[in-house]
Design a protein around this ligand. Structure first.
Ligand SMILES: [Mg+2]
Length: 182
């Protein structure tokens, strides 16, 4: 399995500062939808998200949506967020959407920061592509496909626990991009 350990972790997308993005070496930002910018399977963005997206864009970072959702929903949310470019049916963790996004925003893949809530789609895909991976906590447990997600979240917790232990172990030489970690 490809590395699903995030380069950075935050509680909320709105906790990521402009300085943080600069320090990561990011030149553009890709955002996930469900449980990263909107409540799962809804059109509702929690307080501050839209403002954050605007601030990031005003600071000179182009922003794109990369979502596994269907086209109409991605399009509607892109309009809600101020006409962000968007990629739907991204099939994360496949890497094609990440490379397409970097190309659309005219940045190198290593300069694209992907913000998402799922380790085995958002983070793994970003890592595989060579983008900067930023993991946020989901806003709330998924109600749609609740059982599938409950299992996935459990797997995520176990994976992070295992990797953190490995990280803390004496031999740290295998750690990927340690300079990016906080
Ligand atoms: Mg998500």
């Amino acid at each position: 399995m490809h590395d699903a350990y995030p380069d950075y972790e935050y509680k909320r997308i709105t906790d990521i500062t402009i300085d943080d993005l600069h320090n990561m070496g990011a030149k553009a930002v890709a955002v996930d939808l469900d449980n990263t910018t909107v409540l799962d399977s809804t059109m509702h963005a929690p307080g501050g998200v839209k403002e954050w997206l605007n601030n990031v864009r005003q600071a000179g970072f182009p922003v794109i949506i990369i979502s596994n959702t269907y086209a109409i929903r991605a399009w509607l949310l892109s309009k809600k967020f101020g006409k962000l470019p968007w990629i739907s049916f991204a099939e994360k963790p496949h890497t094609a959407a990440f490379f397409k996004a970097a190309k659309m925003l005219n940045v190198d893949i290593s300069e694209l920061a992907m913000v998402g809530d799922r380790l085995f789609t958002d983070v793994m895909g970003a890592n595989k592509a060579g983008a900067i991976s930023i993991k946020v906590d989901p806003f709330e447990p998924e109600k749609l496909f609740a059982e599938k997600f409950r299992k996935e979240r459990k797997k995520e917790r176990e994976y992070m626990e295992k990797r953190r232990k490995e990280r803390n172990a004496e031999n740290r030489s295998f750690i990927r991009k340690p300079e990016r970690r906080k």
